[in-house]
Design a protein around this ligand. Structure first.
Ligand SMILES: *Cc1c(COP(=O)(O)O)cnc(C)c1O
Length: 363
């Protein structure tokens, strides 16, 4: 069935090989988290990640996805990581399914400690420090808050302070550099000195930090990266460069043509708003050959689709339809043909999440 998201397992595995090598050799990190959230912790891909010898942790933002890893009952199952700061309402599930969670709120840490005590477990936490991107974490300038939080966490019977971490290039689009990552390392060293402890992990960010590892410029003291997009699509997300040893076509969308007609490129009549309440602009290309494929905004992000046929243009679409200009293509398209696309992150996320999109694996 179409539309379908085709996942090439050999290419995905090779991409993990490449990003792991960059992280551990170039970046001198001692551990790597592979992030499964954008594929909704797809079971086949998750199993491949679980079996990969260079991956140390499997990380996701949703506890329900992490619960799926636990069900895999796999002998090589990695430690599991919850990337999103936990909700109070999910604390019991966090203790049940997650080995290491990211935290920034004492009220939540107290609840985690209580639940862990009830379950007879010791739960690991990474304290998130906000180095300027202004999403999660204790603000780096509030050193007293950082130290007071550490002091209370160290007194919790069933919580282990595993380390500190930062997230960048998400809300504030701030690029990881020597100053902000170096600042995180400095905070880690201060915590260690003040409390006479050794932190096991200083996690230096997501796919926007891997460019530093590749240039061998990841600040010393960063011991871990958390990679999602870079292994799926083969790029760093700070400067969008292609990472050596990766491919960008491990994930492909295939959709089927349901209508193919010659029509004008300019709509006829008074222009109001489109199906999403927006006023679109249309380019006059004269009479063109227009193919409608059966995939739309309910399934994916039209702006994140790149046709494999370079002579096909995406004109636009609505919830269930995408309209292509196939006039210039060397291929004589007909109704029933399948058109393929490479993908960007937002498009992958929606395709993986849509129940209308078939998931297909090729070796
Ligand atoms: C999503 C996420 C990641 C992975 O981000 P990519 O850009 O896909 O590598 C890492 N850390 C946190 C906290 C995240 O939320």
């Amino acid at each position: 069935m179409y539309p379908r998201l085709v996942m090439n397992m050999t290419k995905l595995r090779a991409n993990i090989d490449a990003v792991a090598k960059i992280t551990k050799e170039g970046g001198k990190c001692d551990s790597l988290m592979i992030v499964t959230k954008s594929l909704c912790a797809d079971p086949v891909v998750s199993r491949m990640i679980a079996e990969h010898p260079m991956v140390d942790f499997m990380a996701d933002s949703r506890v329900s996805n992490i619960a799926k890893f636990n069900e895999m009952a796999h002998e090589n199952l990695k430690e599991t990581v919850l990337l999103r700061i936990p909700m109070h309402c999910e604390v019991a599930d966090v203790i049940k399914y997650v080995d290491l969670s990211f935290n920034s709120e004492l009220s939540t840490l107290r609840l985690l400690n209580e639940e862990a005590a009830k379950a007879g477990k010791v739960h690991k936490v990474l304290l998130m420090i906000d180095m300027g991107d202004l999403r999660e974490g204790i603000f780096f300038k509030n050193e007293d808050t950082i130290m007071n939080t550490v002091a209370e966490v160290l007194g919790m019977s069933n919580i282990e302070l595993y380390g500190v971490g930062v997230n960048l290039t998400c809300y504030g689009a701030i690029i990881p550099k020597a100053d902000n990552l170096g600042g995180l390392v400095a905070i880690a060293r201060k915590i260690e000195e003040k409390f006479g402890i050794k932190l096991k992990m200083v996690s230096g960010g997501n796919s926007s930090s891997i460019y530093l590892a590749e240039k061998k410029e990841l600040p010393e003291g960063i011991t871990n990266l958390r990679l999602g997009e870079s292994f799926l699509l083969g790029n760093d997300t700070a400067y969008l460069t292609k990472l050596p040893g990766t491919v960008d076509d491990a994930l492909i969308l295939e959709a089927q043509i349901v209508e193919l007609k010659e029509k004008p490129s300019l709509p006829i009549g008074e222009v109001g708003v489109d199906a999403f309440g927006e006023k679109p602009e249309y380019e006059d290309r004269g009479i063109i050959k227009r193919a409608i494929i059966a995939v739309g905004k309910q399934d994916t992000d039209l702006g994140g689709m790149i046709p494999l046929d370079p002579k096909v243009d995406i004109l636009g679409g609505s919830s269930d339809h995408t309209i292509l200009d196939v006039t210039k293509s060397d291929k004589e398209y007909k109704v029933g043909d399948v058109v393929s696309f490479k993908l960007e992150y937002g498009a992958v996320l929606k395709l993986a999440t849509s129940p209308y999109v078939e998931k297909v694996y090729v070796k």
